[in-house]
Design a protein around this ligand. Structure first.
Ligand code: NAD
Ligand code: IPM
Ligand code: MN
Length: 365
């Protein structure tokens, strides 16, 4: 029997609530397929600051080192917002993990499933046009990590600065990831940049053009980030793979999530060159709804499915989860944010959605 070791980092806000449902789903997968998951939970984020004095304790990092994959919830929240940037959960835990494991390739698939157009805030004809976008986001460089960053000067002349920096190597490897993905999808890469203003974007275009030479069956087009945000609303069906730098991918992926109906539907995989990965919802700790048992667990559950597919080589188990999620949506077992305001009284809880997905997994054949 296949046995896998997973580091589970639930984190803050809705993280623990949605992680509980992902754990139920993994239990169901273990029951149905010849596989077992040893899960070790570790403190991370604000919770780890409160309990262990730092956002990424050494034993959490060690646990991740020893694991086959990391399943991550979400971190951060108002309680830790006043800490200096380098101590905040976002940078001290999440960005450090991404950088430590060199998780440069971030895949964020946003899809409106046929029949699920009514969940989308897009106009019905646009939602029905066949929306299936993969955002491929560079995750370990760009303006998030470029040095120097800081503050200097005095009085009204005091200033702050971040550095947007990309090497050819960094651009090339994420472009390759995008072209590889496009080859297995509909054969189109749209590279998102701001090449009319930014020097990094000029290099980005140069290198993506070079990489495109190796993929004659894949079409490459370039688009400016501002135009991209509006085209996603106007005609999302034109996009297959959207290749983005770190910051642009952050922004466009929230928009793509919402286009499918909710931030709570968008999973993500963050992988390094060896296929080691961290799997997490694209959204955050959602402080506005945390603690109420109403968060949508699907992004977390689909992140677990991506983990099975990409790091653990269990494609049938990943397919089973995806099918169960689609069946659950089709059945109308939905958390409140997916429903119009006047229908919220019939909203399912986080646990009810998880239970329904588990039921579908155990009853599929
Ligand atoms: P957010 O993604 O947490 O929330 C944005 C909106 O989406 C909120 O209205 C929230 O209720 C909703 N939402 C998100 N996930 C949902 C779900 N599963 N079900 C239903 N609704 C959901 O973004 P924010 O409010 O800007 O950030 C809150 C905190 O989370 C901040 O501290 C931020 O830095 C952090 N954050 C963490 C991660 C991460 O851990 N990977 C990602 C994004 C933001
Ligand atoms: C995301 C988040 C993170 C990011 C934050 C929490 C650092 O917004 O994963 O999209 O900006 O990458
Ligand atoms: Mn984000």
């Amino acid at each position: 029997m296949n046995q896998f070791n997973i580091a589970v980092l639930a984190g803050d806000g809705i993280g623990p609530e949605v992680m509980q449902e992902a754990n139920k789903v993994l239990d169901a997968i273990a029951q149905r397929f010849a596989v077992s998951f040893t899960r070790n939970a570790y403190a991370v984020g604000g919770y780890a600051i409160d309990t262990e004095g730092e956002a990424l304790p050494a034993n959490t990092l060690q646990g991740c080192e020893n694991a086959d994959a990391i399943l991550f919830g979400s971190i951060g929240g108002p309680k830790w917002d006043t800490l200096p940037l380098e101590q905040r959960p976002e940078r001290a835990a999440l960005l450090t993990l991404r950088s430590h494991f060199d998780l440069f390739s971030n895949l964020r698939p946003a899809r409106i499933y046929p029949g699920m157009e009514h969940l989308s805030p897009l106009r019905a004809d646009i939602a029905a046009s066949g929306v299936d976008v993969l955002v491929v986001r560079e995750l370990t460089s760009g303006i998030y990590f470029g040095q120097p960053k800081g503050r200097d000067g005095e009085g009204e002349e005091e200033y702050a600065f971040d550095t947007m920096r990309y090497s050819k190597r960094e651009i090339r490897r994420i472009a390759v990831a995008a072209f590889e993905a496009a080859q297995k999808r509909r054969g189109k890469v749209t590279s998102v940049d701001k090449a009319n203003v930014l020097v990094t974007s000029r290099l980005w275009r140069e290198i993506t053009e070079e990489v495109a030479q190796d993929y004659p069956s894949v079409e490459l087009e370039h688009i400016y980030i501002d135009n991209a945000t509006m085209q996603v609303m106007k005609n999302p069906a034109q996009f297959d793979v959207m290749l983005c730098s770190n910051l642009f991918g952050d922004i466009i992926s929230d928009e793509c999530a919402m286009m499918t109906g909710s931030m709570g539907l968008l999973p993500s995989a963050s992988m390094n060159e060896d296929g080691f990965g961290l799997y997490e919802p694209a959204g955050g700790s959602a402080p506005d709804i945390a603690g109420q048992g109403i968060a949508n667990p699907i992004a977390q559950i689909m992140s677990a499915a991506m983990m099975l597919r990409f790091s653990l080589n269990l494609p049938e188990a990943a397919d089973a989860i995806e099918q169960a999620v689609v069946s659950t949506l089709e059945k109308g077992v939905l958390t409140g944010e997916l429903l119009p305001a006047n229908e919220r009284s019939r909203a399912a809880t986080t646990a009810q959605v998880g239970d329904e997905i588990v039921r579908h997994i155990l009853n599929q054949e």
